[in-house]
Design a protein around this ligand. Structure first.
Ligand SMILES: [Zn+2]
Length: 332
């Protein structure tokens, strides 16, 4: 009898220990990492309206994106087009980069050509390797000078990239790219290794722009995992499908001007015209959708928001073998 009780007690202790162990395992390995990426750019006029919301409302600009992320204790990855610094008064662009870093967010390099720069006034794919190295070093050095931080990731403006860009990234010491967007006209790479799954091109780790399919009555249309493009329900559909189909990492896109209403959907009058963009006010629908999505992620133990640095530090090529090259489909 005593023996039986003893055996039962040992079994009970083992099962309690086991449960604890399993729970810990689940807590420490999230199923899906989300990178919240924000392309910070204006490149029109002599004020950074599309970056800060200046002239319309600060609610339209990147500071509001930071405010919201901080409300949920998340960090964003801000890809800053530093090449437009000469459009503005001295120090304006520097302060934008300093604010991102001092508030604890990640800064990365974004590159659009600029008519004020003789060495970079057309798409990067038009330059040879040596020239691309010069262009990338110029941007990287500005970020380092202003913030003391070396950017870990790069995103070509308008998805502009070619095979030499990967070689140039390697030479300037930026190990991660996030420009490849499957079959986009501005991607001038010789072949696509994957669609949505992380891969490597010339020793550079590629975290692709997420390609989606939207189901319509006429079949499937292309779409993108972008707060500007999708409703709250659609954002959640993508998160859930990615999580349940082992995509492992998801690149969410915003721009510094994502919260500007550019098509008058809020019913407001045209406030400002900047270049080819019309601003009608604040896009409160997108702000609400973004907040609700962050709330959803916060309460889901299987989804986490990470920076490129956090992800890169734990990344190993082995992890990727278990992930799938999956394309989420959204239904309206
Ligand atoms: Zn851009």
């Amino acid at each position: 009898m005593r023996k039986k009780i003893l055996v039962l007690m040992i079994l009970l202790i083992i099962s309690i220990l086991n449960l604890g162990w399993i729970k810990q395992e689940q807590d420490s390995t999230k199923k899906l990492d989300v990178l919240v990426t924000i392309d910070v750019e204006c490149n029109r006029g002599d004020k950074p309206t599309l970056i800060t919301g200046e002239g319309v409302s600060p609610k339209c600009g990147m500071y509001n994106i930071m405010d919201i992320l901080e409300e949920y204790e998340f960090e964003g990855s801000f890809f800053v087009n530093v090449y437009e610094h000469k459009n503005y008064a001295e120090g304006v662009m520097a302060n934008i980069t300093k604010d991102i870093v001092s508030r604890g967010h990640e800064i990365n390099l974004h590159a659009h050509p600029n008519s004020n720069l003789s060495f970079y006034n057309k798409g990067i794919e038009n330059y040879n390797l040596e020239q691309q190295v010069y262009i990338l070093n110029y941007g990287k050095n500005l970020i380092e000078k202003w913030t003391g931080v070396s950017p870990l990731a790069f995103r070509g403006g308008s998805y502009r990239i070619n095979d030499d860009t990967f070689k140039a990234l390697k030479i300037v010491g930026i190990p991660v790219d996030s420009t490849v967007y499957y079959e986009n006209d501005h991607n001038k790479i010789s072949n696509y290794k994957t669609i949505n799954k992380v891969t490597k091109y010339n020793d550079i780790i590629e975290v692709p722009i997420i390609e989606l399919r939207r189901k319509t009555s006429k079949g499937f249309k292309r779409s993108k995992f972008d707060v500007d493009w999708l409703t709250y329900d659609e954002l959640i559909q993508v998160l859930e499908q990615a999580k349940n189909n082992d995509l492992k990492i998801l690149n969410l896109m915003l721009h510094s001007f994502t919260f500007a209403d550019m098509n008058g959907k809020s019913g407001g009058k045209l406030i400002l015209q900047i270049g080819n963009k019309n601003i009608y006010g604040v896009d409160n629908v997108d702000i609400d959708d973004f907040k609700k999505m962050l709330e959803y992620i916060k309460t889901d133990d299987d989804i986490d928001i990470v920076t490129f640095k956090e992800w890169y530090e734990k990344y190993s090529d082995k992890d990727m073998i278990n992930s799938r090259d999956f394309i989420p489909v959204i239904y309206r």
